[in-house]
Design a binder for this molecule. Sequence first.
Ligand code: AMP
Length: 198
Amino acid sequence: MTYLKKISRVLEEMHSGSTHSFFSSDCSMYMFGPHTISAGQVFFKTKYSLGLVNLKPILPGHVLVISRRNVPRFLDLSPEEVSDMFQSAQRIGHIIEKEYGGSSLTIACQDGPHAGQTVPHCHVHVIPRRLGDYVNNDDIYTDITNNTAELLTKDVPTATAATVVLHKGVDNEDRRPRTEEEMAQEATRLELLMGQAQ
Ligand code: AMP
């Protein structure tokens, strides 16, 4: 990245008004909770939110809208951030539903570890849906639910915990993490489509 490009990125991020550190000193990375996200995964930016492609999508086009501030809970967001996050989810939803041949959307937020959140940084899942993509439509919520059964077994009755163990979970081992290149290709395509839609 050239020096001028770096400076303009820093100014852009400063203008966003964030009070938390969410980008690295060389501006080529963002933070998603404890995870480092390369700039190549980010396809959409507003003052308060970022759209990023998923490391392990549960269906094609499964993306995330995250708050720019690295805060764990939806409850931590200001009214402006909430509004921006859902307006971003709507704008992104228009694009990904069309791009991935969907006819509906699943929009979900797991707000806190006992709701299934695995990454402690406020985010909304936006997933294009089509007829028959799941044999049992609502099974998608099983896949969105986290698979950290050990965490849940501490707080739930045994029967419920056993059910949780059977769930595959978002970060289950069956799905391989995508490469940076795969994610960057998708992000570039989506960024272009988002730009054309404005
Ligand atoms: P949740 O279980 O609701 O907290 O969802 C976490 C989401 O973050 C899942 O869809 C994961 O696949 C996704 N995820 C985890 N790590 C990364 C990462 N490094 N880059 C992009 N997405 C990620």
